[in-house]
Design a protein around this ligand. Sequence first.
Ligand code: PHE
Ligand code: FE
Length: 288
Amino acid sequence: MASEELVRPVEAAEDWTIPQAWDRYTAAEHAMWDHLFDRQAKMLPGRVADEFLDGLDILRLSKAGIPHFDELSDRLMRATGWQVVAVPGLVPNDVFFEHLANRRFVSGNFIRTPEQLDYLQEPDIFHDVFGHVPLLANPVFADYMQAYGEGGRRALGCNAIDKLARLYWYTVEFGLLRSAEGLRIYGAGIVSSYAESVFALDDPSPNRIGFDLHRLMQTRYRIDDFQQSYFVIDSFEDLLDQTLNTDFAPLYAELEDSVTVAPDALLADDVVLTRGTQAYALSKAAAA
Ligand code: PHE
Ligand code: FE
């Protein structure tokens, strides 16, 4: 993931990469990976997009300790030409985009502590690798992520990072997919979260809205709790088609920075799959 106003740690290279230092993981850290992997792998069938499960298979991700990035990159390279590189944590936007545009996915090399089992602020290796990397073995999604990196470079020039970041958030991190068998999760933020894997699909609280690029680029999002709206794509092909073949520059120009849509709002033109009760967010707000 990317962020702004970060200082490059002394141990990081100019492109912010660091060695994974796989030998330094402790037995407890490998056990943490295994625990998280097991918990998600049991829950995901019937909930996650088939393409994600295919990716786990192709990359042979498993409950056998924290993956070695070199091995993972070898398999990923053979599948779609992508690699995984280690970084200390969040990296600046321009660095993030440059890596994506070159088919390199940046991943934190650290894993959460037992106290952080269900919530952590910075993405760890479980979120980054388990959540993001399986779909990178899918040729269509792999192309989407590269195109996103290239789009990021353009957005920097258009001063439109906020708008493009919303697209990442509502697809790559929190996207839902309408498959022939029903609604499925595919966003990494959902797939790597035990609680949100259930909430995003089954809870009556959030809105579930048909994907609409223009609408989505105006929609603010929550970084502190479950999403109040999820956007649903019809297929990865359709997502790639709609984004790759649209010039975002006129869209950015058209969308005023001051006009945004609240995370829980429904608009007249929305294709509403679920009109959320927002009961979860309301109860949280009442308790605060
Ligand atoms: N088409 C976008 C642009 O003109 C780039 C992009 C492609 C962004 C795919 C995201 C995903 O900037
Ligand atoms: Fe992420």
